[in-house]
Ligand binder design. Sequence first.
Ligand SMILES: C[C@@]1(CC(=O)O)C2=NC(=C\c3[nH]c(c(CCC(=O)O)c3CC(=O)O)Cc3[nH]c(c(CC(=O)O)c3CCC(=O)O)/C=C3\N/C(=C\2)[C@@H](CCC(=O)O)[C@]3(C)CC(=O)O)/[C@H]1CCC(=O)O
Ligand SMILES: NC(=O)c1ccc[n+]([C@@H]2O[C@H](COP(=O)([O-])OP(=O)(O)OC[C@H]3O[C@@H](n4cnc5c(N)ncnc54)[C@H](O)[C@@H]3O)[C@@H](O)[C@H]2O)c1
Length: 235
Amino acid sequence: MMNVSGSPCLIVGGGRVAERKVQSLQQAGANVTVVSPEFTEALIELASSTDVVLIRQPFDAAILTDEESERFALVIAASNQAQVNRAVAQASKACGILVNVVDQPEISSFILPSVVRRGKLVITVSTGGASPSAARKIAKEIDNAYGDEYEIYLDFLSETRLLIQNHVKDKQARQRLFKEMLAWDVMGLIRKGVFDSWRERFNLELQAAPWMVSQDEDELVSPSWSFMNEIGLYI
Ligand SMILES: C[C@@]1(CC(=O)O)C2=NC(=C\c3[nH]c(c(CCC(=O)O)c3CC(=O)O)Cc3[nH]c(c(CC(=O)O)c3CCC(=O)O)/C=C3\N/C(=C\2)[C@@H](CCC(=O)O)[C@]3(C)CC(=O)O)/[C@H]1CCC(=O)O
Ligand SMILES: NC(=O)c1ccc[n+]([C@@H]2O[C@H](COP(=O)([O-])OP(=O)(O)OC[C@H]3O[C@@H](n4cnc5c(N)ncnc54)[C@H](O)[C@@H]3O)[C@@H](O)[C@H]2O)c1
């Protein structure tokens, strides 16, 4: 998991594979430059409607050390010339830049997995290059098994965790609360369609909890989810 949001990334090659990699990087918020003597229609279209930059020329290692522009955070070698891809890998590594080579996983610093997203939940599958189609097949199975309720569940966990982080000073108590939260069958509530009303009551109880008010150093309150006994998980 790498945060490439706002980072310049370079793709070498303008074919179908490059297209897919451009889309992945764009989704992650990267500033993408593509260098290639030719581009697919889809890439030309993308460059006219988004901030993708196309440079129409064969790869030249000088682009990696150009002092005028910001250094690339990562490079993807996606040309159909094995030798060019190898040269891209070598030049990138010499500059200390992470590089993915689409036809030679063994010389890549990283490879791309098949990805399943449910909001904040990201599940990735990799076979380490052994069988990209198997990675995709397994990801498809996961895609079918994990419904949209995971997005709501993760938002709930994330917001509640933030509240606890901001209000409970004691590290051990925080960790205990995080652990206990995971035992609740919130997914069951979401699936039954009663999560929103339960959440409202949960939020009210949370605001009324003593550890939400103040944290007097002399009078440490041991936070607990005791109010959960009252509101329970069933409405
Ligand atoms: C997961 C995914 C992510 C992504 O690309 O974002 C991905 N490949 C995807 C699609 C796909 N790959 C291939 C086809 C053609 C049809 C087919 O065979 O099905 C298609 C379909 C298409 O193109 O539409 C064939 C193929 N792939 C590689 C080679 C070269 C080689 O192995 O030598 C060849 C043979 C080329 C040939 O011989 O012609 C190499 C790699 N591909 C990887 C990842 C890395 C290893 C992942 C792992 O196993 O861990 C690795 C090593 C490097 C890398 O790219 O990082 C994405 C699925 C996205 C999704 O989930 O839908
Ligand atoms: N990783 C994967 O998921 C995956 C999937 C399928 C294929 N592949 C491999 O990826 C490679 C590319 O596949 P494709 O379908 O995009 O091929 P493609 O033929 O559609 O595109 C290749 C691109 O590379 C460009 N190119 C050629 N010489 C170049 C140079 N010197 N500098 C910069 N760009 C140059 C071409 O202009 C073209 O735009 C193939 O070699 C294939 O084996 C990888």
